[in-house]
Design a protein around this ligand. Structure first.
Ligand code: G3H
Ligand code: 13P
Ligand code: ZN
Length: 330
């Protein structure tokens, strides 16, 4: 059993309490490799922001749980070396079973998500409660989910989203004992969050998505005052990255994300964790494609991964400062 407390990490408890009070959201950035992690830590230290490092099942398969844990430990030492100690959480994103959550808790994660949203309500309650009972013995915090997001979550693909029903949230939180709740109010995973027919187009032909269901968020907030709410699928899909990717040989069609102003509004409410993965993928891909296009003779990975890391850092700093409001809160 490896405790996150020995790795220089924290759980989400204090972080979320401060974020709810302060009207901002903690960034939850996914990572799978060293350059992403360096960019996250550099950006969060530079902006003095707390951060949640997220590891999906796909990331575990790709990078190995032991390596990822030690990378998170190294990240906490790296942050100090950069000159400012920020609170860092190592979080399992979309845990799909009790066993997966237990393995992560036993391997130094300070927070886990158990995503029972694809099960029946009663099965979701039973599974989430089981994870909470195990996790809380070790001071590990747990995120549950009610409502289904459209898109791909690891192996689970949902065609349509089902909004969270506000009538269920009090019962779910009190029966399970979760520390935070992910809800579905119109966000979804990936770079194609809405079908073109769900959107309108502006003069430049850019897709404008339908607004998030802030009315549902408000109802949930009224039922659970001060309780930490989580938004998944919150990439904004910056069109400049999509444009660069397509101009440099890529082929992304009808990509559309959640407008930053709406995330800013959400962050000021009970939403205190905002999950962003796809935007990082787009930033890196755009930078790598551009360099390989502009310098066809380049074959040193540091020469394209380094600038990709710089672009990522810039993007994360912008999110912390202008979207989530987490800058200067560490
Ligand atoms: O929720 C999904 C995250 O973006 C993780 O994606 O399973 O491809 O690592 P992944
Ligand atoms: P995006 O695909 O919008 O970045 O969402 C990531 C996410 O929710 C990870 O859990
Ligand atoms: Zn997610």
């Amino acid at each position: 059993m490896i405790s996150y407390k020995d790795l220089g990490l924290v759980n989400t408890k204090e972080m979320f309490a401060k974020a709810v009070k302060g009207g901002y959201a903690i960034p939850a950035y996914n990572f799978n490799n060293m350059e992403q992690l360096q960019a996250i830590i550099q950006a969060c230290v530079a902006t003095k922001s707390p951060v949640i490092l997220q590891v999906s099942k796909g990331a575990r398969d790709y990078a190995n749980i032991n390596l990822l844990r030690n990378m998170a430990k190294g990240a906490s030492e790296y942050a100090k070396e950069l000159g400012y100690e920020i609170p860092i959480v190592l979080h399992l994103d979309h845990g799909d079973s009790f066993e997966t959550c237990k393995e992560c808790i036993d391997n130094g994660f300070s927070s886990v998500m158990i995503d029972g949203s694809h099960f029946s309500y009663d099965e979701n309650v039973a599974l989430t409660k089981k994870v909470v009972e195990y996790a809380h013995q070790f001071d590990v915090t747990v995120e549950g989910e009610l409502g289904v997001l459209a898109g791909i979550e690891d192996d689970v693909v949902a065609e349509h989203s089902t909004y969270t029903q506000p009538s269920e949230v009090i019962d779910f939180v009190s029966k399970t004992g979760v520390d935070s709740l992910a809800i579905s109010i119109g966000t979804s995973h990936g770079a194609n969050k809405f079908k073109p027919e769900q959107c309108t187009r502006n003069e430049e032909g850019i897709l404008i998505p339908p607004p998030l269901r802030f009315d549902i968020l408000k109802e949930i907030e009224d039922k659970l005052p001060g309780f930490p709410i989580v938004l998944h699928g919150s990439s904004s899909v910056p069109q400049e990255y999509v444009k660069t990717i397509n101009e440099m040989g890529g082929n992304l069609k009808d990509s559309v994300g959640i407008p930053e102003e709406q995330l800013r509004t959400a962050a000021k409410s009970a939403v205190c964790k905002i999950n962003i993965d796809s935007d990082g993928r787009l930033a890196m891909t755009a930078a790598v494609r551009k360099i390989l296009h502009d310098k066809p003779g380049e074959f040193d990975p540091r020469k394209y991964l380094g600038p990709a890391r710089d672009e990522l850092k810039k993007m994360y700093m912008h999110k912390n400062e202008n979207v989530l409001g987490s800058a200067q809160q560490a």
